[in-house]
Design a protein around this ligand. Structure first.
Ligand code: PCD
Length: 805
């Protein structure tokens, strides 16, 4: 219908889709009024702390807790022996493996949980940890996944001895977990072998850690009178925790309440189930008192889920004018001591097979071998949807290396291989159906914005000046065009521990025209309370300021699979829109009754139903809501509520074009980011300001990973970077200025056309930073050097290329 005079005002009043609405949660976050797990204090609460292994591989010969138990205030010391009768000394992992809750006979990584001390305060617990005497006999350590596969490598998982069939097929060595393959092996090899140009390289994506501001923790409280267990925790998937807790403990699911309060950053670190949760639950059941466990920073970095650690061997073929003919990838994936990767069950290597990226590659193959080593378990999607960042890094490095082989400009090589806008929906050689995209438009916009041709001229002049000895600084231009895959997922192929990955929203409209909506997801800082209300405002005509969004309490929220993998917008966001539409459908019947017309005689206008052709006759959503509660309407139930469980028909495929312009000092190895341009396309944009914040945050994490952040081990399996002295966490000082931009290509299958965005900047950012470093040295013969590009490594690269004279 055509806009009425006051349409614009009414639309603005809603603060709906597309509005840069200020974050409603910031009022409490910026004033210290957040409510995090460590803020929860229950009467009589006890505190748990772990005795952890100093060894990476050792037999545990004995544990003597007598001195610890003698310390006043110590209530209990739990070991595997205490958990064994309950069947809780091991627990299942998300990846189909099992993991020790407390050391059972041996330890397999430094920092592994050995005993759980429970005391009346946090300090006594820590003192008692020091008093527990553990007798270890050290065993040979393997930290290299290639050495782990040698015939005489030490057997790490004695519990699996003789087990030749794993959760994902046959195991061919005692330290081998699985081989997972996708695509056409023979066809790919044949196509590449027959190519005019072939590039081959091993790309290592090092081990790192999400390192959220708040570490992991929980408060478990068993109410023995009512038989109810409540667990507050830093959970990115509270409902899944409830179901797992019920299955493991035997407590009926309705008697368990899991609450995720405010969460200080998740980044995948808070998806898995950790021994601390199990021990706290056992301890509250045993003592009848609430038990709090909150890990410290070193524990978080040493023992909770790491990310990446993928050795990716690539082979790519092309015609001599740059048409890609095939892509072959083999990954050696270091999973540490237990396979505790957080991926949908059927995808042991996540969505790594998005590794054909933004390119129309006719044939491809990828294989991933998962390997046990004496490192911490994990393998989480640290700001990436299940190994997508590894895949994007791999293809964006392979493209650069191919460009070098071809003697071609890397921007042009990308352009001629992009999937064209008219090819969507596009099925990739590795089986994904990309929903929508317009890569050429985004790419041209990005190159124009940074004056790409001008940058290349400047770079060439710089190389000449360097050669003449007039400068010691090189210029790198880091290009990336990434395609993500987010929104897991269709229930038909995506589940976690058997639970289909749908999501949900339940809305209740109050009589006076305000509302509460509850979702199965849980914000960790993303701003869901702000943005989901915007979706509902546009769908229902109730201003976003009048809608409360609540997440994270399993007693009240509908079942959902949680927030990670940028799935909230694609899945719960869709559920929210659909639930809003159900509200509107019922509202239409009520309005028709009130206006004494047929349903079909009404049309929706921003915040009201209007009689077609008679704009002065209408009922606002607020009036309709009131009527729903105070009038008997024939054939219509009282109340105005709706619930939607949404199973997405496909994933969404956000994409982006990033350019990083970096200066490198050859003598010190220092870098300076002169410009960073990030164009993101996440389909329909709900809140441009939140999107910009997401992009800034994700790029800064990408900067950290590419330029310094690493979980490094020595040969003995000691974690060398277990504190923030050694683990690079960028501050405002190191963070460059970012320039953000967008195109908007809606998802055709999402009710409002939105795709995820939270992870994109990390997925695209890492290759952009890394490619800039590589590109600076391209003129001097560098093809590949491993991340992280800290000052020392860059200095060494310059030295190895003979640039120090
Ligand atoms: N959006 C908008 N629009 C569009 C899209 C989106 O607006 N189109 C927005 C929403 O609403 C939100 C955000 O943005 O609010 C995001 O989204 P997404 O993408 O959907 O996502 P989510 O699901 O919500 O979330 C998740 C993500 C992830 S995944 C990560 S890592 C990170 C990110 O998110 N994390 C974080 N971001 C963030 N932020 C913060 N602050 N914090 C955090 O923690 Mo994983 O997987 O977990 O690794």
């Amino acid at each position: 219908m055509k806009d009425l005079p006051d349409s614009e005002e009414r639309r603005a009043n809603l603060k709906g889709l597309g509005c840069a609405r200020k974050r409603v949660e910031d009022a409490r976050f910026t004033q210290g009024k957040g409510n995090y797990v460590d803020d929860i204090k229950l009467p009589g609460m006890l505190f748990g702390d772990f005795v952890r292994s100093p060894y990476a591989h050792a037999r545990v010969k004995s544990i003597d807790a007598a001195a610890a138990l003698a310390l006043p205030g110590v209530v209990a010391v739990l070991t595997a022996k205490d958990l064994e009768p309950l069947g809780l000394h091991w627990m299942p992992t998300l990846a189909g493996d099992k993991q020790m809750v407390l050391a059972d006979g041996k330890v397999l990584f430094q920092g592994q949980e050995v005993a759980f001390v429970v005391a009346t305060d946090r300090y006594i617990a820590a003192d008692a940890v020091e008093l527990v005497e553990v007798d270890y006999e050290d065993l040979p350590v393997v930290v290299d996944p290639f050495k782990a596969q040698e015939p005489d490598a030490p057997v790490l998982r004695e519990d699996l001895e003789g087990v030749t069939e794993g959760a994902h097929g046959p195991r061919r060595h005692h330290n081998h977990i699985f081989t997972w393959e996708q695509g056409d092996a023979a066809g790919t090899t044949a196509a590449i072998d027959a190519s005019e140009v072939i590039a081959e390289e091993t790309i290592y994506y090092h081990r790192t850690h999400p390192c959220p501001l708040e570490t992991c923790g929980c408060v478990a409280s068993m109410d023995k009178i009512n038989g109810k267990l409540t667990v507050y925790g830093t959970f990115q998937a509270p409902h899944v925790v409830r179901t797992v807790a019920s299955l493991l403990s035997g407590i009926d699911e309705h008697n368990i309440r899991v609450v995720s309060p405010d969460i200080g950053g998740g980044f995948g670190n808070k998806v898995g189930v950790y021994p601390g949760y199990v021990c706290s639950i056992v301890a509250t059941i045993v003592t009848g008192k609430p038990v709090k466990w909150v890990e410290d920073r070193m524990e978080n970095m040493m023992a909770t889920a790491f990310a990446r650690d993928y050795w990716m061997k690539g082979r790519i073929g092309a015609t001599k004018d740059g048409r890609i003919t095939g892509l072959h990838a083999h990954v050696t994936a270091d999973h540490g001591a237990f396979d505790a990767c957080a991926d949908p069950t059927k995808f042991p290597a996540g969505f790594f097979h998005i590794c054909t990226g933004s390119y129309d590659i006719p044939v491809a193959y990828c294989a991933v071998d998962g390997i046990y080593t004496n490192k911490a378990p994990g393998g989480v999607a640290y700001r990436c949807s299940f190994r997508v960042t590894e895949a994007a890094y791999f293809i964006e490095r392979m493209i650069e290396i191919l460009a070098i082989k071809l003697g071609m400009d890397a921007a042009e090589l990308r352009r001629i291989n992009f999937i064209r806008a008219d090819q969507f929906p596009y099925t990739s050689a590795l089986g994904w159906e990309y929903d929508s995209g317009d890569y050429h438009t985004a790419w041209d916009k990005a190159l124009k914005a940074v004056d790409y041709a001008g940058l290349r001229r400047e770079q060439a002049a710089r190389v000449e000046a360097f050669k003449r000895g007039e400068t010691r600084r090189l210029l790198g231009i880091g290009l990336t065009h990434f395609t993500e895959i987010v929104g897991a997922g269709p229930v038909k192929n995506c589940d976690i521990l058997g639970m289909g990955m749908f999501d949900s929203c339940e809305i209740r409209i109050h009589p006076t025209g305000s509302a509460i909506a509850r979702l199965g997801t849980i914000s960790q800082g993303q701003g869901h309370a702000t943005t989901f209300a915007q979706i509902l405002a546009s769908e229902t005509g109730i201003p976003a300021d009048k809608i409360t969004i609540e997440e994270g309490d399993t007693d009240t929220a509908p079942y959902g699979l949680g927030t990670y993998g940028s799935r909230s917008t694609p899945v719960a966001g869709a559920a929210t829109a659909m639930a809003g539409r159900k509200i509107r459908a019922k509202a239409q019947m009520i309005a028709a009754y009130l206006l004494e017309v047929h349903d079909n005689d009404l049309e929706w206008d921003i915040d009201r139903f209007v009689v077609k052709g008679a704009p002065e006759r209408f009922k606002t959503m607020a009036e309709i809501a009131y009527a729903a509660y105070n009038q008997a309407i024939p054939g219509v139930e009282p109340g105005l509520e709706a619930v939607s469980y949404y199973d997405p028909p496909n994933m969404t495929y956000p994409f982006g074009a990033y350019v990083c312009v970096m200066e490198i000092d050859v003598d010190t190895g220092e870098h300076e980011i002169r410009q960073f341009y990030a164009l993101d396309d996440c389909g329909t944009r709900i809140n441009p300001m939140i999107i910009e914040g997401q992009v800034h945050g994700g790029l800064t994490e990408a900067l950290a990973i590419a330029m310094g952040q690493e979980i490094a081990y020595d040969d003995m399996g000691n974690v060398r970077t277990g504190t923030l002295m050694d683990f690079f966490l960028p501050t405002a000082w190191e963070t460059p200025n970012y320039q953000t931009d967008w195109t908007e290509t809606p998802s055709p299958h999402h009710p409002i056309g939105a795709k995820g965005v939270g992870e994109s900047p990390n997925v695209g950012g890492v290759p952009a930073f890394s490619n800039a470093v590589h590109d600076a040295f391209r003129a001097f013969g560098l093809t590949q050097t491993h991340m992280p590009h800290d000052h020392w490594r860059i200095w060494r690269t310059a030295r190895d290329l003979g640039l120090h004279g």
